[in-house]
Ligand binder design. Structure first.
Ligand code: SF4
Length: 360
């Protein structure tokens, strides 16, 4: 990627964004432009640790350098366009990119943590049939700066002393189909001189883009989440069309081999429970055998209904029965009740209000 090469001001749209660069790459870029590498560290400290996005305020840079940076780079690329607050405290933001693209982020405050769910694409090409984003289709990949900026903008709306403690790549899009930008964003999140997040507090979720999983886990010892949602290929083909290319056996075989690659961290399996589709006791009985040999935790998520979907959540009694079978088999399983479903922020609901707004 190009860096600054002279002092003449560039048009804003031609200026590279500092947030597109991991600190390592920014140092290389600065050195290539005749600047000392430590300048990159100083600027990253201002942006990520102090939240300063105006070169004029970076007081340990001399004036000539501030003017040069101002003329050749940009820092900000997303602005919050709309913010909805759920009755349970969940916040959903629609952020606007320079080209008008809408990016959705969800902030989930809890007693002991604050999780931010970020998007990696505008829309999604995976077309999962239970997901509102899948119905939108794919528009474009987000840049690294647009992924990182979701963290910057959303941390600004938190009341002190609350801080973002966990980041999950579970918003709009399939992260592994935008892996270059996602990898660079992870490098920025976990670097001690930028966001300094512990890698174990970062989770990337995939529906199973097999050829990219090992590459992702080589970036940092983060958590891997896999959207499973079915115990047979017949049902998974229907819910997650990518399964037709990478079926269950191939997915689970790869995950079994990952133990050493994945720094011995468990894989988090997500299983959306849908009435009459994947919630039978036979499904529950098949799960322990399917996941055998994979250090894992299973998250059950009752389907979040939305008007575009024919799917519904199972009854509480059916969920309890499903859970009892899994507990009896000794599985580590949690039931994740939806957060923010009244504002269209729950899993599988992103893009709902946007499509609603567009239609209005
Ligand atoms: S569940 Fe994830 S991968 Fe599937 S369509 Fe929705 S956003 Fe895309």
């Amino acid at each position: 990627m190009r860096g600054p090469s002279n002092y003449s001001p560039l048009a804003m749209s031609d200026r590279p964004n500092l947030k597109d660069y991991s600190l390592e790459r920014l140092r290389e870029c600065f050195v290539g432009e005749g600047l000392p590498a430590y300048r990159a560290d100083q600027i990253a400290g201002w942006i990520y640790q102090r939240g300063v996005e105006d070169f004029a305020e970076m007081s340990d840079l001399d004036r000539a350098l501030r003017e040069r940076l101002q003329a050749e780079w940009q820092i900000r690329c997303l602005e919050i366009d709309r913010l909805d607050r759920s009755t349970d405290g969940t916040l959903k933001a629609i952020l606007l990119a320079a080209d008008g693209a809408q990016v959705e982020s969800v902030l989930i405050p809890e007693a002991d943590r604050t999780t931010l769910c970020v998007s990696t694409q505008v829309g999604c090409a995976m077309a999962c049939t239970f997901c509102a984003t899948g119905a939108l289709g794919f528009t474009r990949n987000l840049t690294t700066a647009e992924i990182v900026e979701q963290v910057c903008r959303m941390r600004e709306i938190l009341d002190e002393p609350r801080k973002i403690t966990n980041i999950v790549f579970m918003g709009m899009g399939e992260p592994l189909l935008n892996l270059a930008a996602v990898s660079e964003a992870i490098a920025i999140l976990v670097n001690p001189k930028t966001f300094a997040m512990a890698p174990r507090r970062v989770t990337v979720s995939t529906v199973g883009v097999l050829p990219k999983i090992e590459e992702l886990l080589a970036v940092a010892p983060i958590n891997l989440a896999v959207s499973l949602h079915a115990t047979t290929d017949r049902v998974r083909d229907q819910l997650v069309p990518l399964n037709q290319r990478y079926p269950l056996d191939a997915l689970l075989d790869l995950l079994r081999k990952l133990d050493s690659v994945n720094h011995r961290r468990p894989v988090f399996f997500e299983y959306t429970l849908i009435e009459g589709v994947n919630d039978s006791l036979e499904d529950a009985r098949r799960l322990p055998a399917l996941l055998r040999g994979i250090p894992s935790k299973l998250n059950l998520i009752p389907m979040n209904p939305h008007p575009e979907s024919v799917y519904r959540p199972p009854s509480d009694a059916a969920i309890d029965a499903f859970l009892r079978v899994l507990a009896g088999a000794g599985m580590t399983v949690t039931l994740r009740r939806s957060r923010g479903d009244d504002i269209g922020a729950a899993c599988g609901q992103l893009a709902l209000r946007r499509t609603g707004a567009a239609a209005a």
